[in-house]
Design a protein around this ligand. Structure first.
Ligand SMILES: [Zn+2]
Length: 328
C-alpha cells in the first residue's frame, strides 16, 4: 500500500489507487527484528504492538497479567513478556489473561497461554466464545456482569461493562494506579475507523462510548490498533469526526428530497431506495473526507467514511427516529 509498483502485470496490484501520505504523527515506534515493539506505559504496565494490533501486560510479584492476545502478535507476546521480566528481575509466568471482548483478532492467541492461567472476561464474552467454540480462544472461567476488580500481586485493574458498543461484550479496562485506560476497537489513534465504525454492531453505543472513556481519569489510552498509544486529544478528534458525520447525516436526511428517485424508478421500490440513500450518503461523505484528509490517516480511503456515514445515517432513522413521516 502506498509503495511504488514496478510490475505492469494485471491483478498484482498495479491498478491499485494511491492515497495521501500517512502523517508521521499517526505512526508509532519502530519494531524490532522479530516484528514487535514493547514499551512501558507507566511503572509495571507495558504495551506491545506489531504496528497494527496492540496488547498489554502488567508484571507483578505474583505473576504477569496479560490483556488480550491478538494472533498477529502471537508468539511475540511471550517474547515481550520474557524480555521485560528478565530486564526487571520479576517472574515471567503469565497467571491471568483478561479478554477485552470476544473477537478473534484480539483473542486468537489466547491458547498460547494455558496451564494455570486464569481467564477473565465479561459474561457475554463467555457466552459468545462458547458459541464460537474455538479451541484457540478458551472461555473465561471468571466472569462479571458490570464491574470486576482484578488484584494480582498488589496491582489492580478495574474492569467495567457500560453497555454494548463495538461488540455486545466490549469492556473498559482502567488502570487507576497507572493513569491508563484500555478500550479496544472504538478509537484509532490518528486514523479513521475502518468500515462501518470499525465493524461495530451497536451504532448508538459506539457513538457514545468515547464520552464514557473520557469520563475516566487517564493520560494513556490503549486502543487495540495501530502503532502508538492514544491521548485524550486523539479521542476528542475521533469524537469530532463522528459528530461531523452525524451532523451531515441529519442535514442530508432533512434536505435530500426522495420523491424524484422513487418517481424515476416507479414500481422498483428498492432501486428508488438505493438512489435516494446514495444521494443522502454522498452529501454526508464529501465534506467529511475533505475536512479530515491530512488530519486523520486514511481519511481519503473514501469507503471507510462512506460505510460509517451510511451506518450512522441509518441509525438516526431506525434507532433515534423518525424513520420518515407518519401517513396522515
Ligand atoms: Zn473487535
Amino acid at each position: 500500500m502506498g509503495e511504488a509498483v514496478t510490475s505492469p502485470a494485471a491483478g498484482n496490484g498495479s491498478d491499485l489507487p494511491d492515497y495521501a501520505p500517512i502523517p508521521r504523527s499517526a505512526l508509532g515506534p519502530a519494531l524490532n527484528d522479530q516484528g514487535y515493539y514493547v514499551g512501558r506505559v507507566e511503572r509495571n504496565l507495558y504495551w506491545v504492538t506489531d504496528g497494527v494490533y496492540q496488547s498489554a501486560f502488567m508484571t507483578t510479584s505474583d505473576g504477569v497479567v496479560l490483556f488480550d492476545a491478538p494472533p498477529t502478535i502471537g508468539g511475540n507476546l511471550r517474547r515481550a513478556v520474557d524480555e521485560i521480566a528478565a530486564e526487571n528481575g520479576v517472574t515471567n509466568r503469565v497467571t491471568h489473561l483478561v479478554y477485552s471482548h470476544h473477537h478473534d483478532d484480539h483473542t486468537g492467541a489466547a491458547s498460547l497461554f494455558d496451564g494455570d492461567v486464569v481467564r477473565i472476561g465479561h459474561e457475554e464474552t463467555r457466552r459468545l466464545l462458547s458459541r464460537d467454540n474455538n479451541p484457540a480462544r478458551p472461555v473465561p472461567e471468571v466472569t462479571f456482569a458490570d464491574r470486576y476488580t482484578l488484584e494480582v500481586g498488589g496491582e489492580r485493574a478495574e474492569l467495567a461493562w457500560h453497555g454494548p458498543n463495538h461488540s455486545p461484550d466490549n469492556i473498559y479496562i482502567h488502570f487507576p494506579d497507572h493513569d491508563t485506560l484500555m478500550f479496544i476497537d472504538v478509537v484509532n489513534a490518528g486514523w479513521v475507523p475502518i468500515y462501518n465504525l470499525n465493524l461495530s454492531e451497536d451504532v448508538p453505543g459506539y457513538m457514545a462510548a468515547p464520552a464514557t472513556a473520557l469520563d475516566y481519569p487517564w493520560t494513556h489510552f490503549i486502543s487495540g490498533h495501530l502503532g502508538r498509544l492514544a491521548t485524550r486529544e486523539d479521542v476528542a478528534v475521533h469524537q469530532q469526526y463522528i459528530a461531523d458525520i452525524e451532523a451531515g447525516a441529519r442535514e442530508a436526511l432533512a434536505t435530500v428530497n426522495p420523491v424524484p428517485y422513487y418517481m424515476h424508478y416507479g414500481e422498483n421500490f428498492w432501486a428508488g431506495v438505493k438512489a435516494h440513500l446514495d444521494a443522502v450518503t454522498d452529501q454526508i461523505v464529501g465534506p467529511v473526507v475533505a475536512k479530515y484528509t491530512g488530519v486523520l490517516a486514511a481519511a481519503d480511503i473514501e469507503v471507510f467514511t462512506r460505510t460509517t456515514s451510511f451506518a450512522i445515517m441509518q441509525s438516526l432513522r431506525l434507532d433515534s427516529g423518525p424513520s420518515g413521516p407518519v401517513h396522515p
